[in-house]
Design a protein around this ligand. Structure first.
Ligand code: NAD
Length: 476
């Protein structure tokens, strides 16, 4: 596939490409241009030229185009899901869910087309004021490989409906679904230059976008360290940022929780997308009194998960997306064994057999008796490994849960409303769930505190991240 710049499919200026690998089979499925600084600059110019035209049509007209695109995407959902599974590794069911999520987010922002207008403010003894909301101009979106379609929607939905134009840089492992979705948007009538996709290395294409004087805002999703680098570059240029970074979400299971529900919540929360979700359950805190029973139930659930190529029927968990992630997970487990930092109850290995020979597969893993200083609790474990810690009380659980540099999501599982309220109040996280985990919806604001980031996506709040507010005061 080629990049999409100014409505045209183009190669990189240097004529170079890089391969896209299927993480389940190791096969090369396609290649995309290895974009350069020059390509990123050309895309910014295209977005800049398209801005005044796009900003000047009504939000409803913009919504008409985006609605049409969502309709085409819905018709093509099966083929898009296959493409997503082939480049990302997730199961077909997960991929279909993600493509459906893309259309829902787009349609949600179309529905907000009439909602972002300024206010009238009466000013006592002076007159009145009013505010006007304006798009920012050219925005850059830089996205990761774990949920490439959904995260693309989280950025283009609010950015485009509010009249901005965009240059999006996909992750280097998963650009194909992004490129295909963008070409469908063009087919639906999105004017040339409004959405441009430049593939290539983050340090080259991504940083050129961040540094470009014509880019007014950067919306980034990815690792904390990359987010810090982008924040530093953006701060020196006084640019707006939205940073959706990593997480190490705690799940607290109280002694009165519905254990069947909590087991399902932990299974889905941890092993969905092979554990590669920013708000996955990454640390499990269970009350001592129910720990043995709960861990046994969870172990049974994990042993029933079928690992394999996401393209095949009846698979619950595909491979990790890439070699780096696979090596990281293997290294963590090696360290647990060498340092005796916990007891592996199930999993902990690369599955055996010819079906697994060429992919980045890893067994769904559960580890108990994990010491508090273990890397499993300190780092963001982006893979199918779940450490369990037993706690005596809610106070101890919250204290341990908050002992993290992250603050993305957290869940508390209890039937007791008083306990739930203590959780809502005291857990340091941007999103807190009661008796569920991992649930997101286009209408619900999403984002983290502390090192998990700055700003919010989804919901009406995300629109203000892409709009400038101008105030006019009038003396009467
Ligand atoms: P990453 O930071 O390595 O890469 C993300 C994107 O940034 C890629 O497109 C990459 O090419 C680009 N990039 C890399 N270096 C860059 C630089 N110097 N300047 C500009 N761009 C650069 O992250 P990843 O490994 O692709 O994704 C996994 C991470 O994303 C995890 O930490 C996960 O928790 C996080 N994530 C967060 C959310 C959220 O909403 N909070 C959602 C999904 C994933």
């Amino acid at each position: 596939m080629k990049m999409l710049i100014n409505g045209k499919s183009v190669e990189a200026c240097n004529g170079e490409f890089f391969d896209i690998i299927n993480p389940a089979t190791g096969e090369r499925i396609d290649r995309v241009p290895k974009g350069t600084e020059n390509d990123a600059t050309i895309a910014v110019e295209a977005a800049s030229s398209a801005f005044s035209g796009w900003a000047s049509i009504s939000p409803q007209q913009r919504a008409g185009i985006l609605y049409r695109a969502a309709g085409i995407i819905r018709q093509k959902k099966d083929e898009l899901a296959v493409l997503l599974t082939r480049e990302q590794g997730k199961t077909l069911a997960e991929a279909k869910n993600e493509i459906a999520g893309f259309t829902k987010v787009l349609e949600y922002y179309c529905g907000l087309a009439s909602s972002f207008h300024g206010d009238f403010i009466s000013v006592p003894q002076n007159g009145y004021a009013f505010t006007v909301k304006k798009p920012l101009g050219v925005c850059a979106a830089i996205i990761p490989w774990n949920m490439p379609a959904l995260i693309m929607a989280w950025k283009i939905g609010p950015a485009l409906i509010s009249g901005n134009t965009l240059v999006l840089k996909p992750a280097s492992n998963t650009p194909l679904t992004n490129l295909t979705l963008a070409s469908i948007l063009s087919e639906a009538g999105l004017p040339s230059g409004v959405l441009n996709i430049v593939t290539g290395p983050g340090e080259v294409v991504g940083e050129t976008l961040v540094k470009s004087p014509k880019v007014k805002k950067i919306s980034f999703t990815g690792e904390v360290e990359t987010g810090k680098r982008i924040a530093e570059l953006a701060a020196g240029r006084m640019k707006r940022v939205t940073l959706e970074l990593g997480g190490s979400d705690p799940m607290i299971v109280c002694d009165d929780a519905n254990l069947e529900d909590a087991v399902l919540g932990a299974l889905r929360g941890r092993y969905y997308n092979c554990g590669q979700t920013c708000t996955a359950v990454k640390r499990l805190f269970v009350f001592e009194s129910i720990a043995e029973k709960f861990i046994k139930m969870l172990e049974t659930g994990i042993r029933n998960l079928r690992v394999g190529n996401g393209m095949h029927e009846n698979i619950d968990m595909g491979p990790l997306n890439n070699h780096r992630q696979w090596e990281y997970i293997k290294e963590l487990i090696r360290e647990v064994e060498e340092k005796d930092e916990g007891r592996i109850i199930t999993g902990g290995r690369v599955p055996e057999g010819s079906a697994f020979n060429k992919g980045y597969f890893f067994e769904p893993t559960l580890i108990k008796d994990v010491p508090r200083e273990s890397r499993l609790l300190k780092e963001e474990v982006f893979g199918p490994v779940l450490p369990v810690v037993q706690v005596k009380s809610l106070e101890e659980a919250i204290e341990a849960a908050n002992n993290s540099s992250y603050g993305l999501g957290a869940s508390i599982w209890t039937k007791n409303l008083d306990q739930a309220h203590i959780g809502f109040e005291q857990l340091n996280a941007g999103i807190i769930w009661l008796n569920q985990h991992l649930k997101v919806a286009p209408e619900v604001p999403f984002g983290g505190t502390r090192e998990s980031g700055i700003g919010r996506e989804n919901g009406p709040d995300a629109l203000s991240e892409y709009l400038d507010l101008k105030t006019v005061m009038i003396k009467t």
